[in-house]
Design a protein around this ligand. Structure first.
Ligand SMILES: [Zn+2]
Ligand SMILES: [Zn+2]
Length: 349
């Protein structure tokens, strides 16, 4: 897509999109050493201070209170040992800032790379964040983009009578070469009530069609809606590359994914003690269908649950996965890297 057309879309929706310079800025003149056991320098609040809620180049900032209403510990978790082979965080939101930092895309990606996260897929949830994803994928070769309207956005857009025009913009963005997935789309019966289900399903179906029309992968957000997600996928005919992002199913869904060749992307939730169904699915999953992600800034893996999350934390999740499956860590990293490439193609083209 031409820069002019891209900026015109941003203007039409009143969205602020960071420039290449903003995305590529760094607070370091030379690469800063990342020391295992210490907070990565780019995530130290003393270096990257926040002037206000609106600062930073992101589209939003994560709440400083947790689901229980209590204030969260905003210190980023310490760096782990680097991974033996670079993997992909195939679902993250760099534009959603967390903790006491207003980190740039460049500094986030550099930190991830040092710790073994060589590439990411930056995922959109609405028009502004989808525009951000496309901009980031053009500014840095380590980033590919996914664009979509989140299932929790769909009912609001339908209410405002802008769902169709928003979908038309997503379709325009979907044609960009750096956009390799339509997502995150799907169904969320946890946050959206009965009256929003119709709009969610309509939007989900439209996204499935877009993925197939342009030969892109599909990234599914499925919260408390396994049955309807599977039913609609089968009714529409699933895209060739279909990914359950932040996989939250049990053994039954894992068997369906294995049978259909649908990818299971494991996030920090797989490390939680009460995630027995997700862990069982990890053990059952065909190796060629396993992916990894952070969904940062949410879902920080154990033992840092509730703390800020960022792409480098995929490292902890993948270590847990290797141990839990009884698999050699390097072998799992190579598997995830290959699977990610099979789904999204090459990052450097
Ligand atoms: Zn999601
Ligand atoms: Zn997400």
């Amino acid at each position: 897509m031409s820069t002019d057309h891209f900026l015109e879309l941003a203007q039409r929706w009143g969205a602020q999109v960071p420039s290449d310079e903003q995305l590529q800025r760094s607070i370091f003149s030379a690469p800063a050493g990342v020391i295992p056991g210490e907070v990565p320098p780019a995530y130290e609040a003393e270096r990257y201070s926040v002037a206000g809620e609106e600062s930073g180049e992101g589209t939003r900032r994560r709440s400083t209170t947790g689901d229980n209403g209590r204030s969260r510990n905003l210190v980023f978790p310490p760096a782990p040992e680097p991974l033996p082979y670079p993997i992909v965080d195939n679902h993250t939101h760099m534009d959603l800032l967390d903790g006491d930092v207003a980190i740039s895309a460049r500094d986030a990606l550099d930190t991830g790379e040092v710790l073994g996260i060589g590439h990411i897929v930056q995922v959109g949830c609405d028009i502004p964040s989808s525009l951000y994803a496309v901009a980031a994928a053009h500014a840095d070769h380590r980033v590919l983009a996914a664009v979509a309207l989140h299932p929790n956005e769909a009912p609001q857009l339908a209410e405002a009578d802008t769902l169709d025009s928003a979908l038309a913009t997503i379709e325009e963005l979907a044609q960009d070469e750096r956009v390799r997935a339509i997502g995150e789309t799907g169904l969320d019966y946890f946050r959206t009530g009965e009256d929003g289900i119709g709009a969610q399903q309509e939007s989900f179906r439209a996204h499935i069609r877009l993925a197939k029309k342009y030969g892109k992968a599909l990234q599914i957000h499925d919260r408390d809606a396994h049955e309807d997600v599977v039913r609609i996928l089968l009714e529409e005919g699933a895209p060739e590359k279909t990914v359950f992002h932040c996989y939250s199913g049990d053994a039954e869904l894992a068997r369906i994914c294995n049978e259909q060749g649908w990818f299971m992307s494991f996030s920090g939730t797989v490390t939680f003690k009460n995630s027995k169904g997700i862990q069982e699915s990890l053990r059952l999953a065909r190796p060629e269908l396993i992916l990894a992600e952070t969904d940062a800034p949410f879902l920080t893996p154990h033992p840092f649950r509730g703390r800020p999350n960022a792409s480098y934390m995929t490292n902890y999740t993948v270590r847990f996965m290797a141990e839990h499956r009884g698999m050699d860590l390097e072998e799992l990293c190579r598997t995830i890297a290959q699977n990610s490439q099979n789904v999204y193609g090459l990052w450097e083209s």
